[in-house]
Ligand binder design. Structure first.
Ligand code: ADP
Ligand code: MG
Length: 365
């Protein structure tokens, strides 16, 4: 007997380097009318590198070195940040740990680790509370320098455990990420210091450094120790080869403008969008904001394909009509939640698998 078209399409997708989890998934991929791509790890290679460590709190009025700095050197700042990032699977966390390892720094163990997808991590290192994350999550609103630090988005001890069971889009992991943080995490956070008036000069300095680095197209990651900004890490990532071609192919297949959904800053996002030819850029998004974009398209009648890699993409992957995860950079949660996984690490496989589905569907009908 000849193989049913959807099954041979799955076999074909496998040869292209995409693991499609079921015939239903294979069929649904061809219905996609709007594509949304994550930035870090999806349109970029996902192996970012720390390009600079900038220690704060050293600009005393009058030119001397201020005595407010908790860390005296770049290595000290990097070692604390890397210690806190060790348990995280985020590409930025790996960049920080790799940079520390390359410099031969000894890392203290991290206690009470918690991560907030799309925001950053916090842990206790050598008895001190260390937070590493986006400027917004660590420094608070740019306008209110005395805002509480990093508590806006809620940390959880672990990512939501199980992915949705069936790719029909009904019960999905999206709701689970908005559950309240476990009691233990909330208590730990309630005890943590908040930025006080005495840290205001460092907060202002941190924002200046963040602006410089983001202006240069880098991703700025802020390190706080005991509630005070001590350093900004400037991280660089490379755009994937073939990203622009994949974007063009997806535009052609759907007739709709592919969108970039990212938790990163607007300038890094705009630069990458220009490089890859994406006309719809949405930056500074939390995981639930990515879901909101997906739902808005769906309410407008679209069948949405989300391509992502991170824990922060899992809710959007689950909410979408179809979800594809990037296998190499991908977090376990993204791989489990997605309907298909890119095993050969190339973005061009995504339009290829949509086209395969279209062909199989024509044979089925
Ligand atoms: P993207 O959507 O581009 O994949 P994420 O939503 O994963 O990005 O992350 C958004 C931002 O949150 C990052 O640019 C970074 O500033 C911060 N962030 C998230 N996780 C971490 C982490 N483990 N360490 C440092 N910063 C992090
Ligand atoms: Mg990502």
């Amino acid at each position: 007997a000849t193989m049913p078209p959807l099954l041979s399409a799955i076999a074909n997708a496998g040869r292209h380097g995409v693991l499609v989890k079921s015939a239903v998934v294979m069929e649904r991929l061809g219905e996609v009318s709007q594509v949304a791509l994550d930035k870090t790890g999806t349109l970029t290679e996902g192996t970012p590198r720390v390009a600079a460590v900038r220690v704060l709190g050293r600009e005393a009025p009058g030119g001397g070195t201020a005595d407010t700095s908790v860390v005296a050197t770049r290595d000290a700042a990097l070692a604390l940040a890397a210690a806190a990032e060790q348990p995280s699977e985020h590409p930025l966390a790996r960049a920080v740990v790799d940079a520390a390892n390359e410099r031969g720094l000894a890392l203290e163990p991290a206690d009470a680790f918690a991560s907030a997808p799309g925001s950053g991590v916090r842990a206790v290192v050598a008895g001190q509370e260390v937070r590493v994350g986006s400027p917004a999550a660590t420094l608070g609103e740019r306008a209110g320098a005395a805002a509480p630090l990093g508590l806006a988005h809620g940390y959880a001890d672990a990512p939501p455990a199980s992915p949705r069971e069936h790719p029909d889009g009904t019960p999905h992991a999206a709701d689970r990420t908005s559950r309240p943080a476990p009691a233990q995490a909330s208590r730990a956070l309630a005890d943590t210091p908040r930025v006080g008036a005495e840290a205001a000069p460092e907060v202002a300095e941190a924002w200046r450094v963040v602006d410089e680095e983001e202006g240069a197209g880098r991703t700025a990651v802020v390190v706080l120790v005991a509630g005070r900004p001590v350093a900004v890490l400037a991280v660089e990532d490379r755009t994937r080869a073939g990203a622009a071609d994949a974007v063009a192919a997806l535009r052609e297949l759907t007739g709709a403008e592919p969108a970039l959904l990212t938790g990163d800053n607007g300038r890094a996002a705009a630069r990458l969008a220009a490089e890859t030819g994406i006309g719809d850029v949405r930056a500074d998004l939390l995981p639930q904001d990515k879901v909101a974009s997906v739902r808005a398209w769906q309410e407008a009648g679209h069948r949405v394909l989300v391509v992502g890699d991170g824990v922060n993409d899992a809710p959007a992957l689950a909410a979408a009509h179809s979800g594809i995860a990037m296998g190499r950079a991908g977090s376990d949660l993204a791989l489990e939640t997605a309907d298909a996984v890119v095993v050969r690490d190339e973005l061009g496989t995504v339009p290829a698998v949509v086209a395969l589905s279209r062909r199989a569907r024509r044979v089925v009908r």
